[in-house]
Design a protein around this ligand. Structure first.
Ligand code: NAG
Ligand code: NAG
Ligand code: NAG
Ligand code: NAG
Ligand code: NAG
Ligand code: NAG
Ligand code: NAG
Ligand code: NAG
Length: 284
Protein backbone atom coordinates (compact mmCIF):
# COMPACT_ATOMS: atom_id res chain seq x y z
CA UNK A 1 0.00 0.00 0.00
CA UNK A 2 2.78 2.36 0.93
CA UNK A 3 4.53 1.55 -2.31
CA UNK A 4 1.38 2.33 -4.24
CA UNK A 5 1.04 5.63 -2.46
CA UNK A 6 4.61 6.54 -3.27
CA UNK A 7 4.24 5.79 -6.94
CA UNK A 8 0.94 7.68 -6.97
CA UNK A 9 2.69 10.76 -5.64
CA UNK A 10 5.53 10.16 -8.03
CA UNK A 11 3.13 10.12 -10.95
CA UNK A 12 1.53 13.42 -10.01
CA UNK A 13 4.86 15.05 -9.40
CA UNK A 14 6.23 13.85 -12.72
CA UNK A 15 3.12 14.94 -14.58
CA UNK A 16 3.25 18.41 -13.07
CA UNK A 17 6.91 18.67 -13.98
CA UNK A 18 6.13 17.76 -17.54
CA UNK A 19 3.20 20.14 -17.77
CA UNK A 20 5.44 22.93 -16.62
CA UNK A 21 8.11 22.27 -19.15
CA UNK A 22 5.79 21.67 -22.09
CA UNK A 23 2.58 23.60 -22.60
CA UNK A 24 1.45 21.90 -25.76
CA UNK A 25 2.19 18.41 -27.00
CA UNK A 26 0.77 18.60 -30.48
CA UNK A 27 -1.09 20.91 -32.80
CA UNK A 28 -3.92 20.19 -35.22
CA UNK A 29 -4.24 19.83 -38.99
CA UNK A 30 -5.81 23.16 -39.55
CA UNK A 31 -6.57 26.63 -38.30
CA UNK A 32 -7.80 29.69 -40.18
CA UNK A 33 -6.13 33.06 -40.51
CA UNK A 34 -8.48 36.00 -40.87
CA UNK A 35 -6.73 38.15 -43.45
CA UNK A 36 -8.02 41.71 -43.71
CA UNK A 37 -7.53 42.81 -47.30
CA UNK A 38 -5.79 46.11 -47.63
CA UNK A 39 -6.10 48.06 -50.86
CA UNK A 40 -4.43 46.20 -53.76
CA UNK A 41 -4.03 42.92 -51.89
CA UNK A 42 -4.72 39.96 -54.16
CA UNK A 43 -4.90 36.18 -53.90
CA UNK A 44 -1.51 35.70 -55.53
CA UNK A 45 0.08 37.72 -52.79
CA UNK A 46 -1.90 36.01 -50.01
CA UNK A 47 -1.05 32.54 -51.29
CA UNK A 48 2.58 33.59 -51.28
CA UNK A 49 2.73 35.01 -47.76
CA UNK A 50 0.45 32.38 -46.17
CA UNK A 51 1.86 29.56 -48.21
CA UNK A 52 1.83 26.13 -46.50
CA UNK A 53 1.17 22.52 -47.41
CA UNK A 54 -2.54 23.42 -47.34
CA UNK A 55 -2.34 26.56 -49.47
CA UNK A 56 0.39 26.32 -52.09
CA UNK A 57 1.82 29.55 -53.40
CA UNK A 58 0.29 30.15 -56.82
CA UNK A 59 -0.52 32.82 -59.35
CA UNK A 60 -3.52 31.03 -60.88
CA UNK A 61 -4.88 28.24 -58.69
CA UNK A 62 -6.64 29.46 -55.54
CA UNK A 63 -9.06 26.54 -55.13
CA UNK A 64 -8.37 25.95 -51.45
CA UNK A 65 -8.73 29.60 -50.53
CA UNK A 66 -11.91 29.88 -52.59
CA UNK A 67 -13.39 26.76 -50.97
CA UNK A 68 -13.23 28.51 -47.58
CA UNK A 69 -14.46 31.83 -48.96
CA UNK A 70 -17.52 31.11 -51.05
CA UNK A 71 -18.47 34.79 -50.99
CA UNK A 72 -15.61 35.63 -53.37
CA UNK A 73 -17.17 36.10 -56.80
CA UNK A 74 -14.06 36.91 -58.80
CA UNK A 75 -10.71 35.45 -57.84
CA UNK A 76 -8.86 38.08 -59.84
CA UNK A 77 -10.31 40.96 -57.93
CA UNK A 78 -11.11 40.49 -54.28
CA UNK A 79 -12.85 43.29 -52.41
CA UNK A 80 -10.53 45.47 -50.39
CA UNK A 81 -11.42 46.06 -46.72
CA UNK A 82 -13.10 42.67 -46.32
CA UNK A 83 -11.69 39.56 -44.70
CA UNK A 84 -10.75 36.14 -46.03
CA UNK A 85 -10.25 32.95 -44.01
CA UNK A 86 -7.04 31.25 -45.06
CA UNK A 87 -6.37 27.71 -43.76
CA UNK A 88 -2.93 26.89 -42.37
CA UNK A 89 -1.45 24.09 -40.23
CA UNK A 90 -1.45 24.71 -36.48
CA UNK A 91 1.70 23.29 -34.89
CA UNK A 92 2.96 22.99 -31.36
CA UNK A 93 6.04 25.21 -31.40
CA UNK A 94 8.91 24.21 -29.10
CA UNK A 95 6.35 22.59 -26.80
CA UNK A 96 5.30 26.06 -25.73
CA UNK A 97 2.43 27.43 -27.78
CA UNK A 98 0.34 26.75 -30.87
CA UNK A 99 1.31 28.53 -34.05
CA UNK A 100 2.77 28.18 -37.49
CA UNK A 101 6.02 29.60 -38.77
CA UNK A 102 5.67 30.94 -42.31
CA UNK A 103 8.77 31.69 -44.35
CA UNK A 104 8.58 35.11 -45.89
CA UNK A 105 10.85 36.14 -48.74
CA UNK A 106 11.87 39.68 -47.94
CA UNK A 107 12.06 42.41 -50.54
CA UNK A 108 14.44 45.35 -50.45
CA UNK A 109 13.68 47.89 -47.70
CA UNK A 110 11.18 45.68 -45.87
CA UNK A 111 10.79 46.32 -42.15
CA UNK A 112 9.32 44.19 -39.38
CA UNK A 113 6.57 46.76 -39.13
CA UNK A 114 5.64 46.47 -42.79
CA UNK A 115 5.74 42.68 -42.63
CA UNK A 116 3.46 42.54 -39.58
CA UNK A 117 0.98 45.33 -40.26
CA UNK A 118 0.73 45.14 -44.03
CA UNK A 119 1.92 41.87 -45.56
CA UNK A 120 0.59 39.74 -42.69
CA UNK A 121 -2.36 42.02 -41.95
CA UNK A 122 -1.62 42.16 -38.20
CA UNK A 123 -1.75 38.36 -37.83
CA UNK A 124 1.61 38.81 -36.14
CA UNK A 125 3.35 41.70 -34.40
CA UNK A 126 6.76 43.35 -34.57
CA UNK A 127 7.66 41.95 -31.12
CA UNK A 128 6.64 38.47 -32.17
CA UNK A 129 8.75 38.76 -35.37
CA UNK A 130 11.79 39.88 -33.43
CA UNK A 131 11.41 36.88 -31.16
CA UNK A 132 11.97 34.45 -34.04
CA UNK A 133 14.49 36.28 -36.19
CA UNK A 134 18.06 37.15 -35.56
CA UNK A 135 18.11 40.21 -37.85
CA UNK A 136 18.22 43.48 -35.92
CA UNK A 137 15.14 45.64 -36.71
CA UNK A 138 17.25 48.26 -38.42
CA UNK A 139 19.14 45.82 -40.56
CA UNK A 140 16.93 43.32 -42.39
CA UNK A 141 18.77 42.17 -45.51
CA UNK A 142 17.34 42.91 -48.95
CA UNK A 143 16.90 39.24 -49.72
CA UNK A 144 16.45 36.20 -47.53
CA UNK A 145 13.86 34.56 -45.34
CA UNK A 146 12.11 35.92 -42.30
CA UNK A 147 10.28 33.61 -39.88
CA UNK A 148 6.73 34.85 -39.50
CA UNK A 149 4.97 33.17 -36.59
CA UNK A 150 1.18 33.28 -36.51
CA UNK A 151 -0.57 31.99 -33.38
CA UNK A 152 -3.47 29.59 -33.61
CA UNK A 153 -5.86 27.55 -31.49
CA UNK A 154 -7.08 23.96 -31.70
CA UNK A 155 -9.88 24.34 -29.17
CA UNK A 156 -10.27 23.46 -25.54
CA UNK A 157 -12.14 20.40 -24.29
CA UNK A 158 -12.76 22.18 -21.01
CA UNK A 159 -14.91 24.76 -22.86
CA UNK A 160 -16.58 22.74 -25.61
CA UNK A 161 -15.92 19.65 -27.66
CA UNK A 162 -18.01 20.96 -30.53
CA UNK A 163 -15.34 23.30 -31.85
CA UNK A 164 -11.96 22.17 -33.12
CA UNK A 165 -11.29 24.68 -35.90
CA UNK A 166 -10.44 28.25 -34.94
CA UNK A 167 -9.95 31.54 -36.72
CA UNK A 168 -6.96 33.60 -35.63
CA UNK A 169 -8.66 36.98 -35.80
CA UNK A 170 -6.73 40.25 -35.53
CA UNK A 171 -9.01 42.89 -34.02
CA UNK A 172 -9.34 46.21 -35.79
CA UNK A 173 -10.30 49.62 -34.46
CA UNK A 174 -14.07 50.05 -34.24
CA UNK A 175 -14.81 46.37 -33.76
CA UNK A 176 -16.68 44.90 -30.80
CA UNK A 177 -17.60 41.37 -29.79
CA UNK A 178 -20.87 41.83 -31.67
CA UNK A 179 -19.33 43.00 -34.92
CA UNK A 180 -16.78 40.20 -34.74
CA UNK A 181 -19.60 37.66 -34.42
CA UNK A 182 -21.42 39.19 -37.40
CA UNK A 183 -18.23 39.26 -39.40
CA UNK A 184 -17.55 35.58 -38.73
CA UNK A 185 -21.17 34.62 -39.35
CA UNK A 186 -21.76 33.43 -35.79
CA UNK A 187 -25.00 33.81 -33.92
CA UNK A 188 -24.95 36.31 -31.05
CA UNK A 189 -25.96 33.38 -28.80
CA UNK A 190 -22.34 32.33 -29.00
CA UNK A 191 -20.96 35.51 -27.45
CA UNK A 192 -20.46 33.90 -24.03
CA UNK A 193 -18.69 30.96 -25.59
CA UNK A 194 -16.44 33.15 -27.73
CA UNK A 195 -15.55 35.23 -24.70
CA UNK A 196 -14.65 32.12 -22.72
CA UNK A 197 -12.19 31.09 -25.42
CA UNK A 198 -10.58 34.52 -24.98
CA UNK A 199 -10.82 35.21 -21.27
CA UNK A 200 -8.31 38.07 -21.30
CA UNK A 201 -9.41 39.74 -24.51
CA UNK A 202 -11.02 43.14 -24.86
CA UNK A 203 -12.88 42.83 -28.16
CA UNK A 204 -13.15 46.61 -28.42
CA UNK A 205 -9.44 47.21 -27.97
CA UNK A 206 -8.89 47.63 -31.72
CA UNK A 207 -5.77 45.49 -31.62
CA UNK A 208 -4.64 42.01 -30.57
CA UNK A 209 -5.54 38.49 -31.60
CA UNK A 210 -8.65 36.56 -30.62
CA UNK A 211 -9.67 33.01 -31.47
CA UNK A 212 -13.14 32.46 -32.94
CA UNK A 213 -14.75 29.09 -33.82
CA UNK A 214 -14.57 28.74 -37.59
CA UNK A 215 -16.35 26.75 -40.26
CA UNK A 216 -14.66 24.40 -42.68
CA UNK A 217 -14.95 24.36 -46.46
CA UNK A 218 -18.33 22.65 -46.13
CA UNK A 219 -19.57 25.55 -44.03
CA UNK A 220 -19.84 23.41 -40.90
CA UNK A 221 -18.13 23.52 -37.53
CA UNK A 222 -15.54 20.89 -36.93
CA UNK A 223 -15.63 19.12 -33.56
CA UNK A 224 -12.54 18.57 -31.49
CA UNK A 225 -10.70 15.55 -32.75
CA UNK A 226 -10.72 12.38 -30.63
CA UNK A 227 -12.75 14.23 -28.07
CA UNK A 228 -13.98 11.01 -26.47
CA UNK A 229 -10.55 9.85 -25.50
CA UNK A 230 -9.15 13.27 -25.10
CA UNK A 231 -7.46 12.62 -21.81
CA UNK A 232 -6.06 9.35 -23.02
CA UNK A 233 -4.52 10.91 -26.06
CA UNK A 234 -2.93 13.54 -23.88
CA UNK A 235 -1.56 10.87 -21.56
CA UNK A 236 -0.41 8.90 -24.54
CA UNK A 237 1.52 11.93 -25.79
CA UNK A 238 3.26 12.22 -22.46
CA UNK A 239 3.94 8.50 -22.33
CA UNK A 240 5.31 8.36 -25.84
CA UNK A 241 7.56 11.35 -25.29
CA UNK A 242 11.19 10.60 -24.66
CA UNK A 243 11.27 11.69 -21.08
CA UNK A 244 12.19 8.79 -18.84
CA UNK A 245 10.33 10.38 -15.94
CA UNK A 246 7.17 10.42 -18.02
CA UNK A 247 7.56 6.81 -19.01
CA UNK A 248 8.15 5.77 -15.41
CA UNK A 249 5.16 7.85 -14.34
CA UNK A 250 2.95 6.21 -16.92
CA UNK A 251 3.98 2.75 -15.86
CA UNK A 252 3.29 3.57 -12.27
CA UNK A 253 -0.18 4.85 -13.08
CA UNK A 254 -0.91 1.63 -14.88
CA UNK A 255 0.29 -0.32 -11.92
CA UNK A 256 -1.24 1.62 -9.02
CA UNK A 257 -4.79 1.74 -10.20
CA UNK A 258 -6.70 -1.45 -9.53
CA UNK A 259 -7.63 -3.17 -12.75
CA UNK A 260 -11.20 -3.84 -13.73
CA UNK A 261 -12.96 -6.94 -12.43
CA UNK A 262 -11.30 -7.05 -9.04
CA UNK A 263 -14.15 -5.40 -7.20
CA UNK A 264 -12.35 -2.10 -6.93
CA UNK A 265 -13.93 1.30 -6.70
CA UNK A 266 -11.90 2.90 -9.49
CA UNK A 267 -12.10 0.77 -12.59
CA UNK A 268 -9.66 1.05 -15.37
CA UNK A 269 -12.26 2.41 -17.75
CA UNK A 270 -13.15 5.24 -15.40
CA UNK A 271 -9.52 6.18 -15.08
CA UNK A 272 -9.40 8.84 -17.78
CA UNK A 273 -12.28 10.71 -16.22
CA UNK A 274 -10.81 10.64 -12.75
CA UNK A 275 -7.48 11.86 -14.01
CA UNK A 276 -9.08 14.51 -16.14
CA UNK A 277 -10.95 15.96 -13.23
CA UNK A 278 -8.00 15.84 -10.89
CA UNK A 279 -5.80 18.17 -12.87
CA UNK A 280 -5.91 20.03 -16.09
CA UNK A 281 -5.49 17.18 -18.46
CA UNK A 282 -6.20 19.06 -21.62
CA UNK A 283 -4.14 19.63 -24.66
CA UNK A 284 -3.95 23.36 -25.14
C1 NAG B 1 -0.72 41.28 -56.40
O1 NAG B 1 -0.25 42.12 -55.34
C2 NAG B 1 1.17 42.29 -55.32
C3 NAG B 1 1.50 43.08 -54.08
O2 NAG B 1 0.65 44.18 -53.94
C4 NAG B 1 1.60 42.99 -56.62
O3 NAG B 1 2.99 43.13 -56.63
C5 NAG B 1 1.16 42.13 -57.80
O4 NAG B 1 1.45 42.81 -59.02
C6 NAG B 1 -0.34 41.85 -57.74
N1 NAG B 1 -0.66 40.87 -58.78
C7 NAG B 1 -1.74 40.99 -59.55
C8 NAG B 1 -1.96 39.90 -60.54
O5 NAG B 1 -2.49 41.94 -59.44
C1 NAG C 1 -2.59 46.83 -38.71
O1 NAG C 1 -2.64 47.62 -37.53
C2 NAG C 1 -2.13 48.96 -37.73
C3 NAG C 1 -2.14 49.63 -36.38
O2 NAG C 1 -3.39 49.49 -35.76
C4 NAG C 1 -2.99 49.67 -38.75
O3 NAG C 1 -2.45 50.97 -38.98
C5 NAG C 1 -2.98 48.89 -40.07
O4 NAG C 1 -3.86 49.50 -40.99
C6 NAG C 1 -3.43 47.45 -39.80
N1 NAG C 1 -3.26 46.70 -41.03
C7 NAG C 1 -4.24 46.07 -41.62
C8 NAG C 1 -3.95 45.39 -42.91
O5 NAG C 1 -5.38 46.05 -41.16
C1 NAG D 1 1.29 34.40 -29.46
O1 NAG D 1 1.18 33.59 -28.30
C2 NAG D 1 2.24 33.77 -27.37
C3 NAG D 1 2.09 32.73 -26.29
O2 NAG D 1 0.79 32.71 -25.80
C4 NAG D 1 2.23 35.19 -26.85
O3 NAG D 1 3.29 35.39 -25.96
C5 NAG D 1 2.37 36.14 -28.05
O4 NAG D 1 2.29 37.47 -27.61
C6 NAG D 1 1.29 35.87 -29.08
N1 NAG D 1 1.58 36.67 -30.28
C7 NAG D 1 0.71 37.52 -30.78
C8 NAG D 1 1.11 38.20 -32.03
O5 NAG D 1 -0.36 37.74 -30.25
C1 NAG E 1 14.27 31.21 -38.48
O1 NAG E 1 14.06 30.10 -37.60
C2 NAG E 1 15.05 29.07 -37.80
C3 NAG E 1 14.64 27.90 -36.93
O2 NAG E 1 14.36 28.30 -35.64
C4 NAG E 1 16.42 29.61 -37.44
O3 NAG E 1 17.39 28.61 -37.64
C5 NAG E 1 16.71 30.81 -38.33
O4 NAG E 1 17.95 31.38 -37.98
C6 NAG E 1 15.62 31.85 -38.20
N1 NAG E 1 15.83 32.93 -39.18
C7 NAG E 1 16.29 34.11 -38.83
C8 NAG E 1 16.38 35.11 -39.91
O5 NAG E 1 16.61 34.38 -37.69
C1 NAG F 1 -22.67 33.96 -43.87
O1 NAG F 1 -23.88 33.19 -43.92
C2 NAG F 1 -24.72 33.52 -45.00
C3 NAG F 1 -25.99 32.72 -44.86
O2 NAG F 1 -25.75 31.44 -44.38
C4 NAG F 1 -24.00 33.25 -46.32
O3 NAG F 1 -24.82 33.63 -47.40
C5 NAG F 1 -22.72 34.05 -46.36
O4 NAG F 1 -21.98 33.74 -47.53
C6 NAG F 1 -21.88 33.76 -45.15
N1 NAG F 1 -20.74 34.63 -45.14
C7 NAG F 1 -19.51 34.19 -44.99
C8 NAG F 1 -18.44 35.22 -44.97
O5 NAG F 1 -19.25 33.01 -44.86
C1 NAG G 1 -11.54 47.94 -24.01
O1 NAG G 1 -10.82 48.80 -24.88
C2 NAG G 1 -11.51 50.02 -25.15
C3 NAG G 1 -10.71 50.78 -26.21
O2 NAG G 1 -9.36 50.83 -25.85
C4 NAG G 1 -11.66 50.80 -23.86
O3 NAG G 1 -12.38 52.00 -24.11
C5 NAG G 1 -12.44 49.95 -22.85
O4 NAG G 1 -12.51 50.61 -21.61
C6 NAG G 1 -11.77 48.60 -22.66
N1 NAG G 1 -12.63 47.78 -21.84
C7 NAG G 1 -12.17 47.10 -20.81
C8 NAG G 1 -13.16 46.28 -20.06
O5 NAG G 1 -10.99 47.14 -20.46
C1 NAG H 1 -17.04 18.14 -47.20
O1 NAG H 1 -18.05 17.15 -47.36
C2 NAG H 1 -17.73 16.13 -48.28
C3 NAG H 1 -18.92 15.22 -48.45
O2 NAG H 1 -19.57 15.02 -47.23
C4 NAG H 1 -16.51 15.36 -47.73
O3 NAG H 1 -16.13 14.35 -48.64
C5 NAG H 1 -15.35 16.35 -47.56
O4 NAG H 1 -14.24 15.68 -46.99
C6 NAG H 1 -15.76 17.50 -46.68
N1 NAG H 1 -14.70 18.48 -46.70
C7 NAG H 1 -14.21 19.01 -45.59
C8 NAG H 1 -13.14 20.01 -45.75
O5 NAG H 1 -14.62 18.70 -44.48
C1 NAG I 1 12.90 10.51 -29.31
O1 NAG I 1 13.91 9.52 -29.49
C2 NAG I 1 14.08 9.06 -30.81
C3 NAG I 1 15.08 7.93 -30.82
O2 NAG I 1 16.12 8.20 -29.92
C4 NAG I 1 14.50 10.24 -31.70
O3 NAG I 1 14.64 9.81 -33.06
C5 NAG I 1 13.44 11.32 -31.63
O4 NAG I 1 13.85 12.45 -32.38
C6 NAG I 1 13.18 11.72 -30.19
N1 NAG I 1 12.03 12.64 -30.15
C7 NAG I 1 12.06 13.78 -29.48
C8 NAG I 1 10.80 14.58 -29.52
O5 NAG I 1 13.03 14.15 -28.83
Amino acid sequence: MLLKLISFLFFFISVSLISVESRCTKGCDEALASYYLWDNANLTFISEVLNSNIVPSSTINFDTILAYNKQVANKDSVDAFTRLNIPFPCDCINGEFLGHVFQFNVRPRDTYDKIATEYYSNLTTVEWLQQFNSYPPTNIPDTGMVNVTVNCSCGDAAISKDYGLFITYPLRPGETLNTVLTQTNLSSDLSGLVQSYNPEANFSAGTGLVFIPGKDANNSFRPLKSSRNFCWSYCWDICSSNSSIAVAGCWSIYWIFPKEGKGSSITFSSLPRSICSSWECFWK
